[in-house]
Design a protein around this ligand. Structure first.
Ligand SMILES: [Ca+2]
Ligand SMILES: [Ca+2]
Length: 223
């Protein structure tokens, strides 16, 4: 058996290398699918709850949250102090922390799912504001979406709203906290979830670096 040799064109090699580099540079950042970004209720900085509610109740429902189908199944939304947060006056403000700080990369996706109360008073959650902060509850607002309005009726789930939190973010923005401000003294939350897909930061691969080096070497030899 004799090894078959493939003739190599020294004229083509640098262009192949350059093509590899260009293709790698232009390769789209892959976005797979939204996944649940676990949140923790910041009980220290959140406003207290009235009527037996608690901010931890907004993350405690055991429904099988599916970011691709956030209203099937659904959490319990009928008002109960055992399953909700209930404002206690002013502009009820609550904070949730992410498990780790995240840095936004162009092409990423970030959605906030809000499940409001049903059974009574679904308008009490209307016009709430959602902000992303860096540096915790007392940190800096990186992005804020004002005037969110969960429809008071509808199917499959009344008083639910998904908000695109990535729309106002730019490359390099870092955030670790979600803040919600209600604009009703009785602002109520049944449940919340944050789902995202942060695109990978493209890094020069060894292959791309090799291609660049080869291209540079070829240019030197030809000149
Ligand atoms: Ca709940
Ligand atoms: Ca509403």
């Amino acid at each position: 058996m004799s090894a078959r040799t493939i003739p190599t064109s020294t004229k083509m090699t640098p262009f192949i290398a350059l093509a590899c580099v260009i293709l790698l540079a232009l390769a789209p950042k892959t976005i797979a699918a939204l996944v649940n970004f676990p949140l923790t209720a910041d009980t220290v900085n959140s406003d207290p709850s009235a009527h037996g509610g608690n901010i931890v109740n907004t993350l405690a429902d055991t429904f099988a949250y599916d970011p691709a189908s956030p209203t099937a199944p659904t959490p319990a939304t009928a008002w109960s102090g055992a399953t909700h947060f209930h404002g206690a006056g002013g502009n009820p403000t609550v904070y949730f922390t992410l498990s780790a700080a995240m840095t936004w990369v162009a092409g990423s996706d970030l959605q906030f799912d809000f499940y409001g109360r049903t059974g009574c008073c679904p308008d009490r959650d209307n016009n709430y504001d959602i902000a992303l902060l860096t540096g915790g509850a007392t940190g800096t607002v990186v992005n804020e979406v004002l005037g969110n309005n969960a429809p008071d009726a509808g199917t499959p789930l009344a008083n639910y709203l998904r908000t695109d939190m990535g729309a106002g973010l730019t490359d390099g923005d870092t955030f670790d906290t979600v803040r919600i401000v209600g604009n009703n003294i009785n602002f109520t939350i049944a449940e919340v979830r944050l789902a995202g897909d942060i695109a990978a930061v493209p890094e020069p691969s060894a292959f791309a670096l090799f291609g660049l080096a080869s291209f540079g070497l070829m240019l030197r030899r030809r000149s």
